[in-house]
Design a protein. Structure first.
Length: 245
């Protein structure tokens, strides 16, 4: 009897562990882990424009999801590998990315801008000659920096996230970086980051929700339908206003 009880308890434990390893959510969604105001930690939990939009759209469309804030590069890799159903991470819609991903309708317009230390004398891209530029892996800002490298003759230093990139510029490990305007604007205004922007906002385009190309068409349809509905009922404007837009 004791032996039978032990076997039953062991089986129950295995079932419990198996359940813990899975997810009852309809979708697995990946996102960045440090890209305020779109995704960032506040009071021990992730919040931000993307987090709130995803929650509002899921509620409107009646689906559940599990959010994994693993970083931008990791999110792209997870979608491509089929480990994630989609990603929302301040991801710019581009023709190049459309070869790999299917995108929703654009939900936020932004562009890149050059960023330097608060006391820097760098005022234009030509001033980067012979200097070091920090770049966040996988982003449009990095792609733009790479397009300028040969023209102005600077070195690019790659980082996994925006905070590490900012710190490189602040400490002098790098002389400048390029970043999405709304994101660096938030960091300077709300986080007191000792940086400043120079020049004009470049390459304005829209962020979109993305899935692996040729898959999850239904999820894209739901996102688009939900986005349309929350724009119509005022929830979209309410979310943007929450973050100063």
């Amino acid at each position: 009897m004791k032996r039978l009880l032990a076997v039953l308890l062991a089986a129950l434990m295995l079932c419990s562990l198996a359940a813990c390893g899975g997810s009852d959510a309809d979708y697995i969604i990946y996102s960045d882990n440090a890209f305020a105001p779109f995704e960032f930690i506040k009071d021990g939990a992730y919040t931000g424009v993307d987090m709130d939009l995803m929650a509002a759209i899921a509620e409107d469309q009646g689906f559940t999801y599990e959010m994994k804030n693993e970083g931008f590069d990791a999110a792209m890799g997870a979608v491509q590998a089929g480990q994630a159903d989609g990603m929302i991470a301040g991801m710019t819609i581009t023709d190049e990315r459309k070869q790999t991903y299917d995108f929703s309708e654009g939900y936020f317009e932004d562009g890149q801008i050059m960023v330097v230390a608060a006391n820097s004398t760098i005022a234009k891209e030509a001033d980067l000659a012979g200097k070091k530029v920090a770049a966040k892996k996988g982003t449009e800002s990095t792609k733009y920096a790479e397009s300028l490298k040969a023209t102005y003759g600077f070195e690019i230093m790659y980082y996994d996230d925006s905070p590490a990139m900012y710190q490189a510029v602040i400490t002098g490990a790098a002389d400048a970086c390029f970043e999405d305007f709304s994101v660096i604007g938030w960091a300077i205004k709300n986080d007191g980051v000792a940086l400043k922007t120079v020049g004009e906002v470049l390459n304005k385009s829209y962020y979109g929700f993305a899935v692996k190309k040729g898959t999850n068409a239904e999820l894209i349809e739901k996102f688009n339908a939900g986005l349309k509905n929350i724009k119509a009922n005022g929830k979209y404007d309410e979310i943007l206003a929450k973050y100063g837009y």
